[in-house]
Write a protein that binds this ligand. Structure first.
Ligand code: ZN
Length: 389
């Protein structure tokens, strides 16, 4: 057993209301004891017990490691030209995914694995200690299973997204593709995945198709999450709530009935401001969701087409500036909110028994994540008790 005392923390975000005021459970002049890979003690520096080693935070703030509950990291190639064209006036459509599908199919396992490792490293340097990632750029039985196998080498939070778009080979027969996604492809993919996801959107999959795909996944023991209501109004959000999905992701175009459904169920609304930023689209209205009592998470949606950022601090800043969230709400959504969207209680908080995932900021308060946008404030990161930055 090894213990590390992290002391002299100016402001500690615990996300445990039992440990301090507000939902962030803030403690001033705080200390944390890490025992192996777990948080063993949290409190004031003056009351801290002795430990094997001591790390002085020098009056900086500490937050739980970010929980990025939505990313698409198994891909090859990039879409610089498409982004450039869009920023020159073209509209974003779901079909650009095909470009990445072609590049991903052509890549070797080693190339895909190296790409995943690169973006995880990038995210870790920005404070992300837990992340989910999806398939969805293979769209054949072999390529989807391969993507999930590679993802599973890097995270436990793996999502089967064979239903990202209809595979190009099935453009004239989407029903046959849904049959593949709910049959042979699901059988090959389920052993590597915890979640099943579908892009429920015009140009991708409609409500009936999405329902069939999510129910087939559920029957194989996968838990649903849904790309819902990103580009237009539609059935995705209410379907997510009806099927007890862990999360409805995007939630940009919502009716009052959609908001009421989210407020009444267990489904987290995961907002992905990197996508609206990178497509110059309308922001999701986080304030409306929070005021209705919906649990909100923030995530990067890191992918080469519509949101090529791995930065949770960037998403926090956008959510505060443009989506009506307070800095406290945005930091909670990027940590505890992400954990809720993954139905996890061991991450997203700094409290005894939680996994020792935390980040020190080069700032006296977590508010600086939104106050100082674009500044690399993450100075030290512990993941499962190991200091990795
Ligand atoms: Zn996505």
């Amino acid at each position: 057993m090894t213990t590390t005392l992290l002391t002299n923390i100016s402001t500690l975000v615990t996300n445990d209301p039992a440990l301090g005021p507000t939902p962030l459970g803030l403690i001033e002049d705080a200390a944390v004891v890490i025992e192996n890979d777990t948080i063993a003690w949290v409190g004031r520096s003056a009351d801290a017990p002795a430990a094997d080693t001591t790390h002085d935070a020098n009056a900086r703030a500490a937050i739980p490691g970010f929980v990025d509950s939505h990313s698409h990291l198994v891909f090859a190639g990039d879409r610089t030209q498409e982004f450039n064209a869009r920023m020159s006036g073209q509209a974003y459509k779901a079909g650009g995914i095909r470009t990445t599908v072609a590049a991903t199919r052509a890549a070797t396992d080693a190339e895909l694995g190296a790409n995943v490792a690169r973006y995880i490293g990038e995210a870790l340097r920005q404070g992300t200690t837990t992340f989910e990632t999806k398939s969805g750029y293979g769209l054949t039985v072999e390529d989807e299973a391969r993507a999930l196998r590679i993802a599973a080498e890097h995270t436990d939070e793996v999502t089967y997204l064979g239903a990202h778009i209809v595979a190009p080979e099935y453009a004239d027969d989407p029903a046959a593709y849904v049959e593949l996604v709910t049959g042979e492809m699901l059988d090959a993919c389920a052993p590597y995945a915890r979640w099943v996801d579908v892009f429920c959107e015009k140009g991708a999959f409609d409500g009936d198709q999405a329902r069939a795909i999510l129910l087939a996944g559920k029957a194989k023991g996968l838990i649903p999450r849904v790309h819902a209501n990103q580009l237009s109004y539609g059935p995705g959000v209410q379907l997510a709530v009806e099927l007890d999905a862990a999360s409805a992701d995007h939630c940009t175009h919502l009716t009052d009935a959609d908001v009421d459904a989210l407020a009444s169920g267990n489904t987290v609304a995961t907002l992905l401001p990197g996508a609206e930023f990178s497509t110059r689209a309308q922001w999701p209205d986080a304030r409306r969701l929070l005021d209705a009592g919906v649990t909100v998470a923030l995530s990067t949606d890191c992918n080469p087409g519509s949101s090529f950022t791995s930065s949770m601090p960037f998403c926090v800043a956008l959510a505060v500036r443009d989506m009506g969230m307070t800095p406290d709400e945005a930091v909670w959504a990027a940590t505890a909110g992400g954990a809720a969207a993954l139905r996890r209680t061991d991450v997203g908080r700094i409290a005894p028994g939680a996994r020792a995932d935390l980040a020190l900021l080069d700032a006296p308060s977590h508010v600086h994540l939104a106050y100082r946008p674009g500044v690399p404030l993450i100075s030290d990161v512990w993941r499962q008790g190991i200091k990795c930055r």
